[in-house]
Design a protein around this ligand. Structure first.
Ligand SMILES: [Zn+2]
Ligand SMILES: [Zn+2]
Length: 271
């Protein structure tokens, strides 16, 4: 038995085991040293009642929207509405296709998101996601199934549009696009800010959304509508005025020795 286990611990397996041990040790060390605590955006924001709702929402939404979007993709591919460019290509073509997706989705999301904040759409569709005023990873999938279909529907829409204009994307691009929405969703709802202070001070980086940026959308509602970038919010003046100052404060708090955890401000809509 022991010999079998030992025989299995070779090459790739051993490397995976080392990687997992490394990540686990990092997480334990992070918790023990207060690394995560110091980076929590809303230190006292967790509520069991909301977390239970998020679990329910996640299960309902992922199953419902998974079925609808899966069927839609199948239909579009079977009927030739979505096709891929099979020709070999260079990395910069893949990069250009990905960049097109990234900024087009960001535009689509920003304007639909602002529309979803208007009644009666807010109450019927978007309110579900805003039950969470202090996001965590599960908040990503705690959305009304309809909203999940609207957001997730962008990928088939994008692939169909490019097929129709005779510029079908490459399979490699699709492989990069598909996980992007979920990865970005988890990133903005993480509840922890890991980026350095200089991030918001230079235009080379400040256009890219931070976790604090979207966290504040959940806390204050009427600001920071962007999904991948802050560009549309800066253009339309919908960035929360205190966002940059609060981001700085968060960075200061974690660099201060044994900084006290600040009590959260009451959740309120700002004028
Ligand atoms: Zn919203
Ligand atoms: Zn959100």
């Amino acid at each position: 038995m022991l010999r079998q286990v030992w025989a299995g611990l070779t090459g790739e397996n051993l490397l995976n085991l080392w990687l997992m041990a490394f990540i686990a040790a990092g997480l334990i060390a992070g918790i023990a040293t207060g690394f995560f605590k110091a980076r929590k955006i809303q230190p006292n924001g967790f509520k069991w009642k909301i977390f239970r709702w998020e679990i329910f929402g996640a299960v309902v939404t992922t199953s419902l929207s998974g079925v609808v979007l899966g069927a839609l993709n199948k239909y579009l591919t079977a009927h030739g509405w979505v096709a891929f460019n099979p020709a070999p290509t260079s990395w910069w073509v893949i990069a250009a296709e990905y960049v097109a997706y990234f900024f087009l989705f960001d535009t689509y999301f920003y304007w639909l998101h602002r529309w979803m904040h208007k009644e009666p759409v807010y109450t019927w569709v978007h309110k579900w996601h805003h039950k969470s005023t202090s996001p965590n990873l599960l908040t990503t999938v705690s959305v009304n199934p309809l909203e999940s279909i609207i957001n997730g529907g962008f990928v088939p829409l994008f692939m169909t549009a490019f097929t129709v204009i005779a510029l079908p994307i490459h399979k490699e691009t699709a492989a990069l696009i598909l996980p992007t929405n979920i990865v970005m969703g988890l990133y903005v709802h993480a509840g922890y800010e890991f980026l350095p202070r200089w991030w918001n001070r230079t235009w080379a980086t400040k256009w890219f959304i931070t976790t604090t940026f979207h966290d504040q959308h959940h806390k204050y509602f009427n600001y920071n509508f962007g999904g991948y970038t802050t560009i549309w919010d800066y253009i339309c003046g919908t960035t929360r005025k205190k966002y940059e100052a609060d981001f700085d404060k968060l960075c200061e708090r974690r660099s201060a020795p044994r900084a006290p955890v600040v009590a959260p401000e009451p959740v309120a809509q700002e004028a």
